[in-house]
Unconditional design. Structure first.
Length: 665
């Protein structure tokens, strides 16, 4: 039996930066009675922006989990960052949502982050509501934005409210599902017609009724619409102005009405996932957990499936704004903060992986920066602080090189670098600087070939490996398999090779990560007496690097897909700029004295372009850009970076270095 005591929804708010997510969240908390007074992004008094840097800048940096109740239904609400530099937070939140609200500005319309998130929502099949915010702002245009949503997002976006007025005259929306035909205002007729058509298309009987009677009642439409939303085939559109609290209650009603409740059983084996890590100054690490099945209680010993260990729960707390309460129990379908799991990491699966959905990769850091500290005495503290931040955001992918006394972080952009600088100062009291960002290139095999290693000296050791290395399709990453029989190479040794191949590919001939390739172990041999279990840790990188020397590698560079809108008079100048940056673009579209250009730009040549666009167009150009993948560099581009550690191609030196490292562990 499913012991679900209270109806529940798990909903994420997603949008491009400045579309109004945090303001909408604040209004939801206020109108549901969770807040006595409204906070403001502008004055830094919002409940979900808890970091000092968020309050100062007026942007969300971390996903914030909060809770409210509406009409007898509990809602776990996740307010996610809108800036592309913090896309990793969005990525982690998507995994644990049963529904989403995609917020679009009525003035700016569909923007780059909106499209990136939309694609992920569709691939993960998450039921989604679309909320057109800022209807009270100058330049708001409901019809134009709805048309753009249908063109760029989905033709199945259907209004369930009709906006009454615009800009300063915006008064709210008519509820198209709450009024009869004879009550529907004239200005709402067009929107109601669109809604009835969308509902009628889902059912033959409804279509007959629509044709014969010229319309459908709300009672006839509602089950068809709910079915369409749950099946990710319809996407209701609402209109509001969250800054003035208009439309927020209708949005809460729609969340309860259209977003499905979470699946899960309290009597099934425990399964959940850690999707966010935070830190409490007094109580240490906080693991935010979405539970899919089972129950966790205070003082339970819980199995961490990913790390193969057990940890004790000291406390389970629910966060509401900036307050929290000890609830003592977390049940299937719910989200809460678990204390006591000091070894937990983001992405860890709790209990069994059954029922835990997969991840959708959105964020791809394209830049790397080196951390610089003021004096040698602060070096250990800077290392510890960066490790803590990397625990909370694994995509920072901290590279600590103790011998060179260097720290490197991967980042999405300049705003993230500024926020990291601020966090290290405000939270850890450390003044650090970051070197100029450099682009992250990759390598891929230039041809097919083989890598061979016979690691038999100096004794005692014995590990023989032969790899076949072949180029893969662009974007395929690493595909590994073994064709070696267990009697030739024990399964335990083969597992060690499989673990070490991805590590060996972290640095290719130019010291960049090697990707888009197939690696096949075609020959392997151990010795009954001489083989040590760690021999394959040493041999694998030497065999892989030998193979890359034989195949050669090509350099790959990251690309951005962009959409540029400029006044027509600046079009020629901008196209020339794009060509100089090695950009590729489709035939520009001219409409209403503005030119829209879409295409691809290399990251390396366009780092300064967003900053220059303002002066090139006198502030009248807009640019949307998001990661489009890697592709082969032109022949005249060849970028190498310093290798970290000893090169496995220098086999004698490498063997000594690794054997010493292994013996010192």
């Amino acid at each position: 039996m499913n012991e679900q005591l209270q109806p529940m929804r798990n909903v994420g708010l997603f949008a491009h930066v400045d579309a109004g997510k945090t303001t909408t969240t604040e209004q939801m908390l206020f109108r549901s009675g969770q807040l006595r007074a409204l906070g403001s992004v502008d004055t830094g008094t919002t409940q979900t922006d808890s970091l000092e840097v968020e309050r100062e800048r007026g942007i969300s940096v971390r996903a914030a989990v909060t809770r409210l109740s509406w009409g007898g239904t509990d809602i776990n609400l996740v307010d996610t960052p809108g800036h592309v530099d913090f896309l990793s937070e969005v990525e982690r939140s998507l995994r644990v949502m049963d529904g989403a609200v995609l917020i679009v500005s009525a003035v700016e319309g569909v923007q780059a982050q909106t499209e990136v998130v939309w694609q992920a929502l569709r691939e993960l099949r998450i039921p989604t509501l679309i909320y057109v915010n800022k209807m009270d702002r100058i330049g708001a245009d409901a019809d134009a934005v709805l048309a753009q949503i249908r063109r760029l997002i989905s033709r199945q976006a259907v209004p369930i409210g009709a906006p009454d007025g615009v800009e300063a005259d915006f008064r709210g929306s008519a509820d198209l599902l709450g009024s009869r035909d004879d009550e529907c205002p004239l200005w709402a007729e067009t929107y109601r017609e669109q809604l009835m058509e969308a509902a009628a298309e889902r059912d033959e009987a409804a279509m007959e009724q629509y044709i014969e009677q010229g319309g459908l009642s709300a009672d006839a439409m509602l089950p068809l619409l709910i079915e369409g939303v749950h099946g990710c085939e319809l996407f209701p559109v609402l209109f509001g102005a969250s800054g003035r609290g208009i439309g927020v209650e209708a949005l809460l009603d729609a969340i309860v009405r259209f977003i499905p409740p979470p699946p899960g059983r309290v009597d099934a084996p425990l399964s959940g996932v850690v999707f966010k890590i935070d830190r409490d100054p007094a109580m240490g690490r906080i693991a935010f957990v979405r539970l899919y099945n089972g129950v966790i209680r205070n003082r339970d010993m819980v199995r961490n499936h990913t790390r193969e260990l057990e940890d004790k729960v000291t406390q389970i707390r629910r966060l509401i704004g900036q307050k929290s309460e000890d609830i003592g129990v977390l049940k299937a379908g719910d989200i809460a903060a678990v204390y006591g799991w000091n070894r937990a990491r983001i992405g860890d699966i709790i209990g069994t992986p059954d029922g835990v959905p997969g991840e959708k990769r959105l964020a791809v850091p394209l830049l790397t920066v080196q951390v610089q500290w003021r004096n040698a005495a602060e070096y250990p503290a800077v290392v510890a602080a960066c490790q803590e931040l990397a625990d909370e955001d694994p995509l920072l992918d901290l590279q600590w090189l103790p011998e060179e006394r260097e720290l490197h972080l991967k980042v999405m952009g300049q705003i993230q670098v500024e926020v990291l600088t601020h966090l290290l100062q405000s939270r850890f009291g450390l003044e650090v600087a970051f070197g100029a960002p450099s682009v992250i290139y990759k390598e891929t095999p230039a041809a097919a070939g083989e890598g061979f290693i016979a690691y038999t000296m100096p004794k005692p050791c014995w590990a023989i490996l032969r790899f076949r290395i072949e180029p893969g399709e662009r974007g395929s990453g690493l595909v590994y398999q073994s064709l070696v029989r267990g009697e030739d190479l024990l399964e335990s040794y083969q597992n060690e090779v499989a673990r070490r191949v991805p590590e060996a590919l972290q640095q290719g001939l130019r010291a960049w990560e090697v990707t888009d390739l197939r690696v096949t172990l075609v020959e392997g041999e151990h010795h009954v007496w001489h083989t040590h279990p760690l021999d394959f840790v040493i041999a694998t990188p030497m065999g892989i690097m030998n193979g890359l020397m034989n195949t050669g590698t090509k350099l790959l560079e990251p690309l951005l897909r962009f959409r540029l809108s400029v006044p027509e008079e600046y079009g020629g100048k901008l196209m020339n700029e794009l060509i100089l940056m090695r950009g590729e673009f489709d035939t520009p579209i001219v409409s209403q004295e503005r030119m829209e250009i879409e295409g691809l730009l290399p990251v390396a040549t366009s780092l300064e372009f967003p900053a220059r666009l303002g002066s090139l167009t006198k502030g009248r150009g807009t640019l949307s850009a998001f990661f489009a993948g890697y592709r082969e560099c032109p022949p005249d581009v060849d970028v190498e970076r310093p290798r970290r550690g000893v090169n496995p191609l220098d086999q004698a030196k490498y063997i000594l270095a690794v054997r010493n490292a292994l013996s010192n562990q």
